[in-house]
Design a binder for this molecule. Structure first.
Ligand code: CDP
Length: 140
């Protein structure tokens, strides 16, 4: 039987935060979709919420950092068997005085160099921006 009313994609905002040649990644928690994957930090945009405001909120909730959200990097769409996601990636910078990232609601956080960006570690929806990000990073 065909699905007459497929669900609309989940709208997600994600951050590309580069400092000193490294990009900030978070690891998905056990028991969540794609558990264990490393990703660009972010999360769902609530209905009616400004995607940039959603990203500011998610980064405080998940890793305790305060950021300013800049231009879009890329928009990607990915269909998983159970859902589809529309991902809005933004360049972000930490606000002066922001705390360092810590794993409040993620399994782990790390500052990654170019050598850490193996596509198989990431959700498929994140892979499209890896080459753009890699170009900005230290080689290791
Ligand atoms: O934290 P919240 O529940 O708001 O959202 P999430 O579970 O982190 O993200 C919603 C969906 O977007 C999940 O299915 C993730 O797999 C996907 N996602 C992604 O593909 N890449 C990211 N960088 C962030 C989320």
């Amino acid at each position: 039987m065909t699905d007459a009313s497929p669900r609309p994609p989940v709208l997600v905002a994600a951050a590309v935060l580069v400092e000193e040649g490294r990009v900030l990644l978070t690891q998905r928690k056990r028991g969540t979709h794609l558990a264990g994957a490393w990703e660009f930090p972010g999360g769902k945009v609530e209905p009616g919420e400004d995607p940039r405001a959603a990203l500011v909120r998610e980064l405080v909730e998940e890793i305790g950092v305060e950021v300013s959200v800049g231009d879009p990097v890329e928009v990607t769409f990915h269909k998983y068997p159970e859902k589809s996601v529309l991902l809005l990636f933004f360049w972000v910078t930490r606000l002066p005085g922001s705390p360092d990232p810590r794993p409040l609601d993620v399994a782990d956080v790390k500052w990654a160099g170019a050598g850490d960006l193996a596509p198989e570690l990431f959700p498929p929806a994140d892979v499209a921006i890896l080459s753009k990000v890699r170009a900005l990073l230290s080689p290791d």
